[in-house]
Design a protein around this ligand. Structure first.
Ligand code: SAM
Length: 193
């Protein structure tokens, strides 16, 4: 099935959890993987894999299958991701359990978290739990990158995420506005390395 149609179907089924009507563009995907060097002991964890719009580009820079872990909530999307990316470890699960899912995967140390979750439309308590999981990974030393849509940049939950990360890891590195994306977005990166 066409990726855009599949994404739209997922959005119509669960708009608040998907949070966007279209998958990330190639321009946003490239900005999300910029400078990332995955390896067996520097695993990249992708939260909210969707239809694999970013995974497609990540796959091209993976050292091997042992350097990637994807977590996606929607079982229909996971089924289709497994057909497309059979070699990659993609778990049907909730990002609130990221640390445990990573532990069970048997993969090496997490070096990068690529977060595509729609914090703006997730329930507050879910967003807070996910931030605490990310914090646990960050304390073990890794980079965290997410994107925020320009139109939601000043919404309370978007500000809350930035304040949470800033209070622990300092100022983010923000990309220029990526206009070739629907909707336009910034990437934000924090690092403990
Ligand atoms: C904005 S889409 C991003 C999809 C894809 N990475 C992209 O950039 O096109 C957000 C994705 O996060 C997933 N998601 C939402 N809440 C989640 C959670 N708590 N745990 C795991 N995945 C979640 C949704 O099902 C959806 O596929």
């Amino acid at each position: 099935m066409n990726e855009n149609i599949q994404f739209l179907q997922a959005f119509l089924k669960n708009p608040l959890k998907v949070g966007s009507i279209a998958p990330s563009s190639p321009e946003l995907a490239c900005a999300m993987i910029d400078g990332i060097v995955p390896a067996k002991d520097n695993v990249v964890v992708e939260l909210g894999v969707g239809t694999g719009a970013i995974t497609k580009y990540l796959q091209g820079i993976l050292e091997d299958d042992e350097s990637y872990l994807g977590i996606e909530l929607d079982p229909d999307l996971v089924r289709s991701l497994r057909l497309k990316y059979g070699d990659l470890k993609i778990v049907c699960g909730n990002a609130v359990d990221t640390v445990e899912i990573h532990r069970r995967s048997g993969l090496g140390k997490v070096g990068h978290v690529i977060c595509c979750l729609p914090f703006v439309s997730l329930p507050n308590e879910v967003g807070e739990q996910i931030l605490l999981e990310i914090d646990r990974l960050m304390q073990r030393g890794c980079t965290f990158r997410t994107f925020q849509y320009a139109h939601g940049y000043y919404m309370p939950s978007a500000i809350k995420l930035r304040e949470f990360m800033r209070s622990r890891y300092g100022r983010s590195k923000r990309s220029p506005l990526i206009v070739k994306n629907v909707p336009p977005a910034y990437t934000l990166t924090w690092s403990t390395k």
